[in-house]
Write a protein that binds this ligand. Structure first.
Ligand code: PSU
Ligand code: MN
Length: 300
């Protein structure tokens, strides 16, 4: 059984039924963001969660232990090169005592659920990859969302994925997709993919109410928050960048878990770094919304 070790701040908050927001570590490692933007992102997301009245809790595997809630010194340890941990890799990382494993959305959601934390904030979700009808590449994030009773807050999913199929998968898996004050599924760097979300919500209480009234208490909710307008990138330019990045990925023979980090790095290079501040802005905004939702759930 997965029994994450909680920081005393996180276990104290849970014991007192105070709001906690779980965070992943892949986005803050070199797999997600370049230095020093990654340190900045971690700082800003943690601060946004605290400003919203909740306790931030980063998940990671450190020295073979699944952890939720890290000290400032431990935050330093997640900012470098990492081994990527999806949910299925977690027991292996523990058994083999990996020094540092960065948790993706799927691993973080399962750690949050095991700890009894109801809300998880990320940047962008993994999803159904383009060409998945041939490669079968569907992120484990989607299944994890469907199987753990956690609210995940994300800026939709990356535009380099197959977004219509990603939404179809979530529908089939029974995950409510709630657009935060927005009618459209966001495409991470841009506010709208042009695909409608199933439901729009205006307030954290509606998310808390949805979470509380699910027929299945082993399933999650996805809240999609569009990137703040001022930070949005140009959709046409991004389409070209993404096509080139995916082409490079095929050419380099990158497959499986390597695809997402490779494509993210290519997008950062091709936009001359402009994708990085956009990524930070949306992650910080998601963290703030997640804190609001955690406060509403704790008070319900
Ligand atoms: N989106 C980002 N940055 C990231 C990721 C997604 O903007 O770092 C990471 C997340 O940790 C997500 C993972 O869970 O990529 C998905 O990887 P894959 O496509 O291999 O399932
Ligand atoms: Mn994959």
């Amino acid at each position: 059984m997965l029994t994450p070790v909680l920081s005393s701040e996180v276990s104290g908050a849970l014991a007192d039924r105070r709001p906690v927001v779980a965070m992943e570590s892949t986005i803050y490692s070199h797999l997600g963001l370049p230095s020093p933007a990654n340190a900045d992102a971690l700082e800003r997301c943690s601060a946004a969660i605290r400003a919203g009245g909740a306790v931030p809790a980063v998940s990671a595997v450190l020295d073979g232990v699944a952890r939720l809630g890290l000290s400032d010194a431990e935050h330093e340890r997640i900012l470098g090169p990492a081994r990527k941990i999806a949910e299925r890799d977690l027991p292996v990382a523990i058994a083999q005592r990996w020094e540092f494993g960065a948790t993706t959305v799927s691993a973080s959601v399962s750690i949050a659920a095991a700890a009894g934390v109801s809300v998880f904030a990320t940047g962008g979700l993994g999803g159904v990859h383009r060409g998945a009808e041939v490669t079968g590449d569907v992120s484990a994030d989607l299944d994890a969302l469907a199987r753990h009773h956690v609210v995940t807050v994300s800026a939709g999913a990356k535009a380099f994925l197959d977004l219509p199929r990603t939404l179809e998968y979530l529908e089939t898996a029974g995950v409510p997709v709630l657009g935060w004050r927005h009618d459209w599924f966001p495409a991470f760097y841009t506010r709208s993919s042009g695909l409608p979300v199933a439901h729009r919500v205006e307030a954290a209480a509606e998310v808390a109410g949805t979470f509380a009234n699910m027929a299945r208490t082993d399933g999650g909710v996805l809240v999609t928050v569009p990137i703040p307008e001022a930070a949005e990138l140009d959709a046409a330019e991004l389409d070209a960048v993404i096509d080139a990045a995916l082409g490079d990925c095929v050419e380099a023979g990158i497959e499986g878990a390597g695809v997402t980090p490779f494509v993210l790095a290519r997008i950062a290079t091709a936009t001359e770094g402009r994708s990085v501040p956009a990524n930070l802005a949306l992650a910080e905004n998601n963290a703030a919304v997640a804190a609001e939702i955690a406060v509403a759930i704790a008070g319900a």
